[in-house]
Design a protein around this ligand. Structure first.
Ligand SMILES: NC(=O)c1ccc[n+]([C@@H]2O[C@H](COP(=O)([O-])OP(=O)(O)OC[C@H]3O[C@@H](n4cnc5c(N)ncnc54)[C@H](O)[C@@H]3O)[C@@H](O)[C@H]2O)c1
Ligand SMILES: O=P(O)(O)OC[C@@H](O)[C@@H](O)[C@H](O)[C@H](O)CO
Length: 449
């Protein structure tokens, strides 16, 4: 089969991009027309593994009943993310129609309120560096922004200068309103660095919002390649293990075209918010709770935690609150499917992998539901219990303490520690005496369960 032409650039090559966007692209009816140039994020390891394989890798779909192996051919070139010149050249190429991102939630460098943090030291230094480079074209070639968004902005400016036309950017990280957020972040950075670029962004860059779903755990790259070789006969240095389920919902325009992703099962909608809330609140919200609390009960992976009746009750209660805030959906099938996915005993999804940055995640995935419930006079007991479980995880050190909170000060989880933790999530919740009491009551119940 001929190699597809380079039409998509990806930044943040990892397991998820290869299990999701690259898989959808490979399964589109017009796959032969869409090749991906993939840039790693912060490490060269995948570049070194995939380059000798011409970007080919094995996707292992791991069902409870057994494995299915598939060779994915849509990544046609792999480059190191810190090769800024190569990234800029790729995005500026007029054949490229789409830039996708999986740079992790932390990679966007958000404030506590979810807006881009322009006070971040690396971001501030990139703003200075980009403003100087945009003002003096002679400096463009040597500019080396450190942040992912700094590199994206530099590359978009090169595309503008080259007259390569409009492009769509598709963020594929688990952030609410990921498209809106990225659009505001890029516009904010451009306003501070180049008036011409800011205008061009508004006209020529379409930022698409997405809800992305496929549970893809980190794997052991020592053992998994051998298992793949035993099954397929090929020693793949960089296989990916994922679940059979996949979902992709998108809202937005692709001014330079796109693959026929619908033919692979993707959905385009006019308003993504309900889809995104359903996925982030229910799947990721439950994961956030299990990751913080599960290890305090001796669990290391999602499938073990969800088998524990205490954890299951927590998740079900959270989903009851979520469901009341998602009135447009009948959620019975979705909940049943989520439980089946969590219970897949052959997907080794480690809670420690999911627990990183759990304060921000709880803030984005549990707090909005709690506030929504309280606003209409309901008690939000599921959210209170979920937050109680998160606090127990923070006390145990299985979830990181919020910035500015000394772990020693919360060792007792007394009234002042509970107040400090609740305030770190949301001051409005901390000010609601009834909700704070329900959190305390839930802690007492969980500690004796
Ligand atoms: N794995 C999943 O099940 C899954 C499902 C849905 C969405 N996602 C989203 O995809 C993201 C990546 O997941 P993954 O499984 O591919 O992880 P991974 O660790 O396999 O790959 C992450 C990639 O992001 C890069 N990166 C990390 N921090 C960065 C930063 N600060 N700036 C720029 N790049 C950075 C890494 O170098 C790597 O290239 C997640 O953070 C999440 O937002 C993952
Ligand atoms: O780091 P997080 O919490 O955004 O995500 C960890 C997992 O919950 C996540 O990767 C899920 O497996 C994924 O979102 C499923 O689509």
């Amino acid at each position: 089969m001929p190699t597809p032409p380079e039409r998509i650039v990806h930044l943040g090559l990892g397991a998820f991009h290869r299990a999701h966007q690259a898989w959808y692209t490979a399964h589109a009816l017009d796959a032969a027309e869409w090749g991906i140039v993939a840039f790693s994020g912060r490490s060269r390891d995948l570049v070194d593994r995939l380059t000798p394989q011409d970007g080919l890798y094995t996707l292992v779909e791991r069902a409870a009943e057994g494995d299915r192996f598939e060779l994915i051919p849509s990544i046609v070139r792999v480059e190191a993310g810190d090769d800024v010149a190569a990234f800029v050249a790729a995005v500026a190429d007029p054949r490229i129609a789409i830039l996708t991102l999986t740079i992790t939630e932390a990679g966007y460098r958000l404030d506590a309120d979810g807006s881009p943090n322009l006070e971040d030291a690396a971001m501030a230094s990139d703003v200075e560096l980009l403003a100087a480079a945009f003002a003096n074209a002679g400096e463009l070639r040597s500019a080396q922004p450190a942040t992912a968004l700094g590199r994206v902005l530099l590359a978009l400016d090169a595309r503008r200068r080259a007259g390569s036309g409009a492009i769509a950017i598709v963020p594929c990280d688990n952030l609410p309103d990921n498209g809106g957020l990225l659009r505001r972040a890029l516009a904010g950075l451009a306003r501070r660095t180049s008036a011409e670029l800011a205008v061009w962004l508004g006209i020529s860059v379409s930022v698409v919002s997405t809800s992305i779903d496929r549970i893809t755990p980190a794997i052991d790259l020592d053992t998994e390649p051998r298992a793949v070789r035993d099954a397929t006969g090929w020693l793949d240095a960089a296989p990916v293990v994922t679940e059979p389920f996949a979902d992709w919902v998108l809202e937005g325009d692709f001014p330079a075209g796109r693959p026929d992703w619908e033919s692979a099962g993707a959905r385009f909608v006019d308003e993504i918010a309900p889809w995104e809330n359903r996925k982030l609140w229910m799947l990721n919200g439950a994961h956030t709770v299990l990751a913080a609390f599960g290890p305090t009960r001796g669990h290391a992976v999602v499938s073990d935690a969800i088998d524990d009746p205490v954890c299951l009750r927590l998740v079900e209660a959270l989903w009851d609150d979520d469901a009341r805030q998602l009135p447009t959906f009948d959620l019975a099938d979705y909940r049943a499917a989520l439980l089946e996915r969590f219970r897949n005993p052959r997907i080794e999804h480690r809670l420690a992998q999911i627990a990183q940055d759990s304060t921000t995640k709880a803030r984005l995935r549990i707090v909005p539901v709690a506030l929504g419930e309280l606003a209409v006079g309901r008690p939000a007991t599921g959210c209170a219990a979920a937050i109680a479980a998160w606090m127990l995880g923070v006390r145990a050190g299985t979830a990181p303490a919020p910035h500015g909170i000394d772990p020693a000060a919360i060792a007792e989880l007394d009234a002042s520690a509970r107040h400090a933790l609740l305030t770190a999530l949301d001051a409005r919740l901390a000010a609601d005496a009834g909700f704070a009491t329900r959190v305390s009551d839930a802690i007492a119940v969980l500690e004796t369960s």
